[in-house]
Design a protein around this ligand. Structure first.
Ligand SMILES: Cc1cc2nc3c(=O)[nH]c(=O)nc-3n(C[C@H](O)[C@H](O)[C@H](O)COP(=O)(O)O)c2cc1C
Length: 487
């Protein structure tokens, strides 16, 4: 692997407008000027650009919504993630993930400003109409129009300065009401069920649509109770995030977001939500009673740009963002547990269900130990089902190398450890319906490391450029490569 260079080329864009102009410069966005419908057509186009590794789409002419533009698939490729954090678009994946890892170790406090563009326009009370926004019907068969597919849900702990940012999907139910998942396992759920429901009080909320790409992405990370995601968004951007006080509560919201919704999450009401095309690449969960958000105020920038993605078969914004976040979370977790880990990648193609861990094997059964650790943790138990453990000479970011290692080094009988009873997710498509309802999961670890007890001479020599040629020949070939062989 190439040595990793550290450091930002420049700070990331402070808002989506700056981000869009940088994507235009790098050729990673297309403006769609023809008339496009919010009912399925935008969803279909965003879905297809995700499935083909295509550019972001900026819809400039939407049926019924002439005053709005919609920014689709903002960060669904590693090239766009690179632009979002101020790096060159062609930066290698391993280097981008290393940047995220560095940023997570150096939080940067936000700056609080007295006014922000997100409040250039304020609509209150009876005038609030969520259908005035170009909310897409994302997939055919969804339970409704989804307003929250690439956004930030904000909730404040009433006893401290902690404002949680999370991304939890939200569907429109009427002009002023939305329904969505506020699961007790989520950080927002911990504030809501821990501090408001017992007191029989509604919880003030804010929702930011069209914040800068890094803030939206960081809201998908699980930092835990008491940690402000804004500090880590600033760290990753390379400049502090600007926040402004919401109009109706003491929640601090991203000042440069395009649209902010403010209101209350009801402690005493439920509404039907879903189904929805999900991140696993399937529609799995049925229509169910979920939490109810009542919107009291909408604030927005002049000429607002709504933001959306279309979850489904990878790679979309969710799979891409989670690949970065989980790769670093898992590496730090294994290092903290004393595992001789060299690198970790949660490939976006694996829809968060697959992890690849590179190790320097020093004792037997490390692969099984890694499985026990990861599958016992929140991110592994609920979200992952398969782990591939490889030797350090395999580049975990190169799926071809990982696949080659899997079929050549993992013994189909001795190399696979199955955990037949483990916690699972109601969204694991391979579970039967009863097991999904009860979250009864199962897991597998694929050990693709040479057994530590094999004598060196028994280990087959890899027939690769890096292993079959003396250093001087390799260096000569590499130094002349551009001239002789590059296309
Ligand atoms: C479009 C989208 C929708 C999501 N919807 C939900 C959701 O409804 N509920 C949930 O718990 N997680 C959802 N997630 C995943 C969360 O963003 C992720 O689990 C995050 O870690 C939650 O933060 P928390 O652990 O601080 O609560 C969604 C992710 C994306 C990209």
């Amino acid at each position: 692997m190439q040595p990793i260079k550290r450091g930002f080329e420049m700070a990331g864009p402070k808002d989506n407008r700056e981000y869009i102009s940088r994507l235009k410069e790098s050729g990673d966005i297309r403006s769609v000027k023809r008339v496009v419908h919010w009912d399925l057509e935008m969803g279909a186009m965003v879905r297809r650009t995700c499935e083909t590794g295509g550019p972001s789409l900026l819809f400039e002419n939407i049926v019924d919504y002439p005053e709005y533009r919609v920014f689709g698939a903002p960060i669904a490729t590693f090239r766009r993630f690179a632009v979002a954090i101020g790096k060159k678009p062609e930066t290698p994946v391993g280097e981008l993930i290393a940047e995220y890892e560095v940023a997570m170790g150096r939080p940067m406090k936000p700056v609080i400003v007295s006014s922000g563009p997100c409040q250039e326009n304020v609509v209150k009370g009876d005038d609030v109409d969520l259908f005035s926004l170009p909310v897409p019907m994302v997939h055919e068969g969804d339970g409704g129009r989804y307003i929250g597919t690439w956004h930030i849900n904000l909730a404040k702990d009433p006893d401290s300065d902690w404002v949680n940012w999370g991304m939890y999907r939200v569907m429109l139910t009427s002009e002023k009401v939305m329904a969505g998942l506020c699961l007790p396992t989520s950080d927002q759920g911990k504030i809501f069920y821990g501090k408001y429901v017992p007191k029989k009080r509604p919880m003030p909320f804010a929702m930011a649509i069209g914040a800068d790409p890094v803030s939206s992405m960081v809201s998908m990370a699980s930092f835990g109770v008491g940690v402000n995601e804004a500090d880590y968004a600033g760290a990753l951007l390379g400049q502090p995030v600007e926040l402004v006080k919401a109009v109706t509560s003491d929640i601090l919201v991203p000042a440069h977001a395009e649209i902010i919704l403010e209101g209350e999450l009801f402690h005493n009401a439920v509404a039907e939500e879903g189904p929805f095309g999900e991140y696993t690449g399937y529609r799995t969960a049925p229509r169910t009673n979920r939490s109810v958000y009542k919107v009291n105020v909408i604030t927005f920038r002049n000429n607002p740009i709504f933001t959306m993605t279309c979850l489904g078969t990878p790679v979309d914004d969710c799979a891409l963002g989670m690949a970065v976040i989980r790769s670093v979370d898992i590496k730090r977790f294994l290092v903290d547990n004393g595992v001789p880990v060299t690198s970790v990648f949660v490939p976006p193609e694996g829809a968060m269900m697959l992890g690849v861990v590179g190790i320097k094997a020093q004792y037997s059964n490390i692969a099984q130990q890694i499985g026990q650790l990861i599958f016992g943790a929140k991110f592994g138990g609920l979200w992952m089902s398969s782990l591939i453990v490889v030797d350090e000479d395999v580049d975990v970011f190169n799926i071809s190398e990982v696949l080659h290692s899997l079929v050549t080094k993992c013994h189909p009988v001795k190399g696979i450890t199955v955990l037949p009873r483990a916690i699972g997710s109601p969204l694991f498509p391979f579970l039967d319906v009863n097991d999904r309802i009860l979250s009864k999961g199962c897991k597998a670890v694929y050990d693709c490391t040479w057994p530590i007890e094999w004598p060196k001479g028994d280990i087959p020599t890899k027939a690769a450029f890096s292993t079959m040629y003396p250093n001087d020949i390799q260096e000569r070939v590499l130094s002349k490569w551009e001239e002789d062989c590059a296309v």
